[in-house]
Write a protein that binds this ligand. Sequence first.
Ligand SMILES: Cc1ncc(COP(=O)(O)O)c(C=O)c1O
Length: 401
Amino acid sequence: MVGRALPRHSSELTWGDYLALLAPRTATLQEAWQGRLGQARLLPTPTGRHALWAFLEQAPLKPGDEVLLAAYNFHPVVQILVQRGLVPVFVDIEPQTLTMDPDGLPARVSRRSRMVLVTHMFGHPADLTRIGAFCRDHGLLLFEDCAHAPGTLHQGGQVGSVGEGALFSFGVYKILNSLGGGMLALSGPDADRFAVPDFAVRRGPGSLLEPLTRLMFSIGSTPGLYGRTLHPFLRLCEDRLPRLARTLDPTDNDPAYRFDPAGRAPFRPFMAGMLRRQLARLETNVARRRAAAEGIRSCLGRHAEDLWLEPDHHGRSNASYLGVRLPDAARGARLCRARGVGCREREYLDCSRLPQFAAWAADCPESSRAEREILRIPSYPSLSQPDQERVAHAVLQALHR
Ligand SMILES: Cc1ncc(COP(=O)(O)O)c(C=O)c1O
């Protein structure tokens, strides 16, 4: 039976969080994070991408320098490296965590290597112990992509302060959602030398429409409302306005994508207020997400062995994204959606195979396999026991049909 539609993601903001939108400045980022990132200097940016851009602009890097990163990645991150004249060098991932495989680094490092960009994909901690040691041994900068990773722990501490810099993202589809915004965390000895990034913003109707669209998506993905609001709206767009549907909910590669530093609204003071509220309950949020994921896993019974990843292999995952491995994720996604279970196939891609990065193509079989096989399924805190059973049954149906 198809029950009410379940979103694939919800940050589950309270009405109080939304009210913080109207509040004057209530906190700085430094106050909101309360030392979770050690002594890191925290700078607000319009998005996580802007944080990477700002870091690359000011770090000791020059055109032609090589940056090693996982091939299974968010393609705009690779595009940003390319736009700054850097050379992406793709490394394969560990199949069980979807994060950079440190065993792949020695074969890819060269005299031109200057930095490693490590992504805590799906909120799974990467092997920072080995990757950090590799960077120290080879004199490389380390940058952490923590877009999925608030609440992700490595050796008991929040990830994002092992390297010289880290990006965080607070978009609508993230575990911390301030309706946009991002953050650059600087932990290296030169942290104080970085200027506060100041991005020009292009004015126009888009600058008003953008935050309103985000507010609509955020409220619309509240689990109790989703089935009556965002879900029918997106289905209607898919049927009648496929181009708008793809813009609102992109599902695939876009070779024409270019990062535009002036293309997004700035970080606004209310965002830090929203983040402070959510950070105060981050541990509870993570515990509930982990419990929801565990509930789904136990409903999968003996099949969990084939389907499940190892999110806690190098620390503790925040369960912000839950991925399962199916022989054909695209087919699995169709079957799950038909049962009202929100999901996403090909959420991340093997960037070493994308046409726009053909000049730097590499052979990364685990990344290609992840692109084909990983299906992202719901794992938010309020997913009830019957919801967990529904998600698990949809996945099992996808496995057996
Ligand atoms: C892995 C990863 N890195 C970086 C980003 C960039 O974050 P933002 O959308 O805030 O620019 C995202 C966004 O989804 C992401 O998934």
